[in-house]
Each structure stands twice: as C-alpha cells, then as structure tokens.
Design a protein around this ligand. Structure first.
Ligand code: ADP
Ligand code: MG
Length: 556
C-alpha cells in the first residue's frame, strides 16, 4: 500500500495545477501543509500578518495564468480586485463540529460571500478534485478568489494512493470573442466620433493584451487614458497618452472605448458632472454582468480584451482619427498647462519638501523597468501622476477598495518573483506614513528573504496632513493629547527608517533633495538587501488645485 497524508495530497494537487508560490502564516493545524508544499517544490514565503498575506494575490498580476496560494481566511480584497488566488484555511476537526472546538467557525459559509468557490473536501480522496476546481474557478471567467477549508484532522490522516481521485492540470482559460454585430456597431460609433477616447483598465493588463491595445491606439490615433493599474499597458510617455488632461478627456469625450475597467467610483461611475450625459460607451469585458453598469453600453463587447481588440482592428481597418482635430488641440493645450503647474511645484526649493518636489526627484532616478507599488492618500494620488510606468503589470496600488496596508504585501510578492526569476528589476514601494503603519512589520519578511525592495515613506506626520514637531510640543504642554491632537495626526518625524535597520536592511532619514537623491541612488545600487527612505515632507503639503474637489481622496 502506498500511503499519503492529507497535507501531501494538498501540496501535490497544487503542484500538479502549476501553483508555484505559497504565502502564509503557519500555525496548528496548517504547518504540515506548508512543509509538504515545500517538499513538493512550491516556494513558501512566511509572512507576519494575515492582512499582508492577502495582498500577495498581487503576485499573480506579474506572473498570471496560475493563482498564488495563501492560507488564511480573508479573501475579499482579492475578490474586489479580481485577482486569482487560492486561500487555504485550517479549521476544526470534523468530529468536533458544534462542540466549540478550537477555531470552530463556519468558514466555508463565511468565505462564500467573498469568493467564486468555497468548499471543504468531504474526504481525503476528493482533495485533488477540489483543488483543481478551486484553481479553475479562480482563473476562468472573471478572475477571483477560491477558498479551500481543511479540517484539522485531514492534515495528518493517511489514505492509500490507489483510492485518490487524481485530476490533471486544468487548461488555460478559454478565450471568447464578441458578437460581430456589436463589433460593427462599435466601429460605426468610432468612425462618427468627434472626441473619442480609449480607457485602458486593469483587465487589459491582466489579459496581457498590450500588443493588441497598442495596435488599436496606434492604428486609430485615438487618445488614451490608463486607470491606476492599467498604467504601463502602454507606456505613460506614449504620444497618445492624455493622462495629464484626465478630467478634460473624461468630461468631453463623446465616444469611449472602455477596455477592462468598471465604471465604478474610480471612473466617477461614468456620470455627469465628470462625464458628458451623452457619452457613448463601447464596453469590452469578459464578465457579462458588468456590461451597462451605470451607463448603458452603446456597444457591449463581451469577450477577452485581446481577442475583441483584434476583431475591432479587423473591422476598423485603415480608418484614422485626425491628429490635427480640435479634440487633440484641446487635450494638448490642457496637458501643457497641467504639466506647467506640476513642474513649478516640483522645482520649489523650500524645505521641508512638498510632494511634487519629492516625486520629481524620485522619478528622475527610477529605472524604467522598476515595479512601482504605492499606497496612501496624497502619496498615492500625486505619485500616480508623477511616477511614470513604462511596462505592463508594473504598478500595484490600493485599487478599488482603497485598502491601506497593501503595499508591503504587493512588494514582497513582486520582490520574490524578481528574486526567483533572477531578473534585475527593482521593486519600489512608495508609502504614506499612515499607510506604512498598517503592514510595517513585513519589513522583517523583506529582510529575511533579502528582497530587492526599496520602501520610500513619504512622511507628512499624519493622515492627509500632520503638524510640525514644534506645534506638537506646544500641544503636549497644553494638556491631554487625546482631546487636543487632531485625529489625522501621527507622531511628527517618526523614525520609520529605523524599522528597516532594526532587521539589518538600510535605513535613511531624508530631509533635503540631495539626501533624497543620494539615498535613492545608493539603494538602487544595492540589490542585496531592502532599504527604507524616510522622506520628511512639509506636513501641510497638499495636492494642487483640483477642478473637481469632491471625491478627491484616493481618487484620481
Ligand atoms: P480598474 O482597476 O483598472 O478600473 P476594474 O477592476 O474596475 O479595473 O475592472 C477590471 C475589469 O476587467 C473587470 O470588469 C473584469 O471583468 C475585466 N477583465 C479581466 N480580465 C479580462 C479579460 N481577459 N478580458 C476582458 N475583460 C477582463
Ligand atoms: Mg501621511
């Protein structure tokens, strides 16, 4: 008899589904699963906090087609971002249910709300089949999370291999094309457009459709805007990128080709006053239920972005939107004006620095192929406009949920991939000081694995804004800080760089442009250990004047 344990079956099943990475935090009863995974050849990354583990779903953004695997309970982040991930949670023994057993909880039911698939294998025999279904569900259709619940007693229980229902690796997701009548309608709309615009969303990045999207933009000559994680599908310095005139482009466009992005709050729901009430949306998405959300699609193209864009290209043929049109002139004029404002803010030499100055110098030094992870409020919003992306799937940020604490998890996922693939790309994780606090202890994880991560904390002593050390001292003299300190404040000039040096990485305290440039250059040269730059900026620094002041936070 050839006996195998439940833990081995899970590990072997994951391996046979080509799952390569496992991120987690071990504890009873799941330790043996992580050990069996390593024995089966899956790379295991031990994390410090379950919240950060969850963000590692970002890993698959860089290396898709197979989900990354995590063990913990919370999956909703991955669901909201539509990134495929398999979550494995240990739960109480089967023969102790309803007794109040250690960690007894209705985990399968709890996860169902947040996942595409949630199940507990009914027996050891079924483990490979459940794992295959979990993997297939996470990558077929709209990507998302799957949850597998492992009863404690299943981990070390044994079974004869001859009785196991083994399932082979599920094939890559099937690709579908749009209805040809809808394609004809889309091309008719495009040809009649006065002010067309293409919006490139995260779906285009996930679909790996950069070649097709580039051809669409370059053949038709239409201006484009990326969403936060659509950045890099085409480079931000592409001549057709009108990100610097974003508000105007959205407001005045009459026909918009929406490639894999929801018309949710990130795109102001597609509603006035941010969009024209008469805008016609040509919507491309592989999720039928997404079509016509908020704005009725004038052409609903259900299918894979790569395949659908090829259909559009075949039909649109040699039609080209004129580059000397009024639309292009309007957009270019606005881009020049906006660039001027950012530049004048960036070139200010007063200390402490403002956001624009810090980002201007960071962007000058960052290599074009680096992976940029970002979170925070102003830090993320301003950074998104000032730090350019040149390659697809090289930007990760707080996304649809605006979740803080995602940065270190994303950065670790990217760093592990870079390290194991031995590519020379650096991971730069730009964090607000408040955002850094959520998952700061993951710095230990980065140091433990010597990951090529550079954390830059843009430190304004608070959430949105803070106070300077002198004012803080005066407030302390006035009495009880719980009644005086504004809720948005954090300890002024906190020494976050020492968190990194505590674990053997390099920490830099940065006050001036010269210090910023030299610390960043030194960190970029040192690929052996992570570094953290604690960049003290003006606690009163803010975004430049916005055309639409509402919904500015974490928004565009
Ligand atoms: P963003 O964050 O860029 O605004 P969203 O998360 O709002 O993006 O939307 C991404 C959309 O892309 C989802 O509606 C999803 O169904 C869709 N999508 C994902 N992969 C593909 C694909 N291969 N082809 C078409 N649409 C896709
Ligand atoms: Mg802050």
């Amino acid at each position: 008899m050839d006996e195998v344990t439940g833990a081995q079956l899970i590990a072997e099943a994951l391996k046979s589904q080509n799952v390569e990475y496992m991120f987690g935090i071990v504890g009873v009863p799941i330790i043996e699963v992580a050990m069996a995974a390593q024995a089966a050849g899956i790379k295991y990354v031990g994390m410090r906090n379950e919240q950060a583990v969850r963000q590692l779903s970002g890993c698959v953004f860089f290396s898709p087609n197979r989900p990354a695997m995590l063990h913990l309970l919370l999956v909703c982040f991955s669901v909201l971002l539509f990134l495929p991930v398999i979550v494995i949670g240990g739960s109480s023994d089967r023969n102790q249910e309803t007794t109040g057993a250690f960690q007894e909880f209705p985990q399968v039911e709890a996860c169902r709300l947040y996942s595409k698939f949630s199940a507990r294998p009914s027996s050891l025999e079924m483990i490979p089949a459940v794992v295959e279904k979990a993997v297939r569900s996470s990558i077929y259709g709209r990507p998302g999370a799957s949850y597998i619940d492992i009863a404690g007693d299943m981990v070390n229980a044994k079974i004869d291999r001859a009785n196991v229902r083994f399932v082979s690796c599920c094939p890559a997701p099937p690709v579908s094309q749009a209805d040809s009548r809808e394609i004809t309608q889309a091309v008719r709309l495009l040809r009649a457009a006065q002010r067309p615009l293409i919006i490139i969303g995260k779906g285009a990045a996930y679909a790996r459709a950069e070649k097709e999207v580039r051809e669409l933009v370059e053949v038709t000559g239409i201006p484009f805007l990326p969403t936060p994680m659509g950045k890099g599908v085409l480079p931000d310095d592409h001549p057709n990128c009108v990100a610097a005139a974003r508000s105007r482009a959205l407001l005045q466009a009459d026909v918009i080709v929406l490639l894999g992005a929801r018309l949710n709050w990130i795109l102001h729901f597609g509603f006035p006053p941010r969009f024209s009430p008469h805008v016609k949306i040509i919507q491309v998405d592989l999720c039928a239920e997404e079509l016509s959300n908020n704005v009725r699609a004038a052409s609903a193209l259900l299918g894979d972005i790569g395949a659908v864009v090829r259909q559009l290209l075949e039909t649109v043929r040699s039609w080209r939107f004129p580059s000397d049109s009024q639309w292009w002139l309007t957009l270019k004029e606005k881009m020049t004006a906006n660039a001027q404002i950012s530049k004048s803010l960036a070139l200010r030499s007063t200390l402490p620095m403002n956001y624009y100055t810090a980002f201007h110098h960071i962007s000058e030094l960052l290599p074009k192929d680096c992976i940029i992870v970002s979170e925070g409020a102003n830090t993320m919003d301003i950074g998104r406009t000032m730090l350019l992306n040149y390659l697809p799937r090289h930007r990760l940020d707080a996304g649809t949920f605006g979740t803080m604490g995602v940065g270190p998890g994303f950065a670790i996922a990217a760093g592990v991939l870079e390290q194991t693939q031995k590519s020379a790309q650096r991971v730069v994780c730009i964090e607000g000081d408040s955002a850094f606090g959520f998952s700061g202890m993951e710095v230990e994880t980065m140091c433990r694995y010597k990951l090529p991560v550079i954390i830059i904390v843009i430190n304004n002593n608070g959430i949105y804004s803070g106070v300077d050390p002198k004012t803080w001292k005066e407030m302390e003299k006035m009495g009880d800080m719980t009644t005086i300190a504004p809720p948005v404040t954090l300890l002024p000039e906190a020494r976050y760089e020492q968190v990194m040096s505590a674990f053997g990485g390099r920490g830099y305290l940065v006050r001036t442009v010269e210090e910023l440039r030299s610390a960043l250059q030194e960190s970029l040269n040192n690929t052996q250990m992570p570094s953290l730059l604690n960049v003290l900026i003006d606690p009163a620094s803010d975004r430049k004047q916005q055309e639409f002041p509402w919904l500015t936070r974490a928004n565009l």
